[in-house]
Ligand binder design. Sequence first.
Ligand SMILES: OC[C@H]1O[C@@](CO)(OC[C@@]2(O[C@H]3O[C@H](CO)[C@@H](O)[C@H](O)[C@H]3O)O[C@H](CO)[C@@H](O)[C@@H]2O)[C@@H](O)[C@@H]1O
Length: 613
Amino acid sequence: MQTPEPFTHLEHEPLLDHHHHHPPPQTTTKPLFTRVVSGVTFVLFFFAFAIVFIVLTQQNSSVRIVTNSEKSFVRYSQADRLSWERTAFHFQPAKNFIYDPNGPLFHMGWYHLFYQYNPYAPVWGNMSWGHSVSKDMINWYELPVAMVPTKWYDIEGVLSGSTTVLPNGQIFALYTGNAKDFSQLQCKAAPVNLSDPLLIEWVKYDDNPILYTPPGIGLMDYRDPSTVWTGPDGKHRMIMGSKRGNTGMVLVYHTTDYTNYELLDEPLHSVPNTDMWECVDFYPVSLTNDSALDMAAYGSGIKHVIKESWEGHGMDWYSIGTYDAINDKWTPDNPELDVGIGLRCDYGKFFASKSLYDPLKKRRITWGYVGESDSVDQDLSRGWATVYNVGRTIVLDRKTGTHLLHWPVEEVESLRYNGQEFKEIELEPGSIIPLDIGTATQLDIVATFEVDQAALNATSETDDIYGCTTSLGAAQRGSLGPFGLAVLADGTLSELTPVYFYIAKKADGGVSTHFCTDKLRSSLDYDGERVVYGSTVPVLDDEELTMRLLVDHSIVEGFAQGGRTVITSRVYPTKAIYEQAKLFLFNNATGTSVKASLKIWQMASAQIHQYSF
Ligand SMILES: OC[C@H]1O[C@@](CO)(OC[C@@]2(O[C@H]3O[C@H](CO)[C@@H](O)[C@H](O)[C@H]3O)O[C@H](CO)[C@@H](O)[C@@H]2O)[C@@H](O)[C@@H]1O
């Protein structure tokens, strides 16, 4: 580890108060001579400045130095800003638009990722199955598009679906075809050559579609077929998301040949007022260890998770419960945490996730798409839109029993370099401290925070209704929070994205801990989401407060308490980019000091290229 430079407090900079304004400069009346000299000086200075400006901009069209009386800063062109926004270690193809992850699978040493892809433009449309492969889920090769709309039953889009790898090595895909009238029909396809490790060529089944919408279900409320698995009774099953009225649900099918599917009378599960369940995912988790389970696992020591993506809301919800395979029914452990009303996979931008059981490392990994929140014009100018999270392992949080833990795959740590350690930094109430780490645009940060226990016990302030999303963000000060890190901040804090904890003492004497990301001042330019994201995070008695942040240009992934609560955000700074992006520690609480310890690594760029044949 390198020894960092000592910290310096920023003097007279605004804290995290977005109502802060610098006082206007004072004016005085000057003698005539002084005014003339000042005027001439001003004109000369102006011309000198203009010449320097022109020379600089001719030499380097991207960066222009602007000076004001106090300090110099860099103003970036629109083109530079847009090119900075491209991520360095998050999956995204070279260009155009990606959407739901589809049918991840492992075959002959390669992780395959398929995804909703528009090959022609950085907006939704022409939905096809894009295809990339990786050995480590960090470095990717982009392959030719696997399936495009060609048939009457999918001419408006080869929509989302899954792949199944059978025990005999056969592989097939199930997907939703978007027909000319936009009705959603279920289809089958298979790789042409199983001995090709890259599974380049796919062929659609001759007898498609294999399933039409059942009676009582809307023609456009029936999509995204799952991986097929075999239950303890030897029957093969497939599920799909749907809705009746406003009740979201999972339909269950049985099959004997993987081509003909029989719908069961009752859904696996349904919840009123949760609307259409898109991209449903269903998988077992172990109650005894962190080793993931294949879909077929069943019996004691196992729970089953249902995940659904709420149409039109951009939110993925999960619930933990018990699966009765004999009756094809699932029951939530806690009805208050049922599907779509309890817990979310991620409280920021993360949608349509799909998981893979990795037979190599015995783990379950999930990806969702992390959409843009700036304007479509920006997407068009950039030539790409949407990125994926770094693949996340999913395990049951056996300490709480109520939550899942979502955590970046260990392979991402291979990109770490130049680690620095900061130990027990004292943060007084109202302090903000820059961390001298050099460039701060590609980072992996692990931070722990220790709150002054005496202050916590002593505070009489209670707040039973605090919520990240309804708060004023990091500017809202309470006795015991907020404190955390401000990422992608410029030196003057005119742009910053604080990720923080906020502890609220409750009237009954307990506390609730909130984990939030404040996007209110992330960008001085357009961002369709000037919001505060977040939720509560359980903190057990023997636990410290910990967060991990992955900062990668326009995406920030935040994981609290080992991944119990996760927040992913897209941010589009205009000033806090390239070498002007800085990292700050802050404590904006009024009634407690906080001790912070951190490990911070720079992150190398992943290799994401077209595969050359
Ligand atoms: O790409 C289709 C898959 O995406 C999912 C979930 O993300 O469904 C999204 C959905 O809406 C898209 O299409 C709309 C145009 O019809 C567009 O307005 C919207 O912005 C898009 O997100 O796609 C289907 C088909 O169009 C529609 O029913 C959904 O709302 C997934 O369920 C699809 O398989």
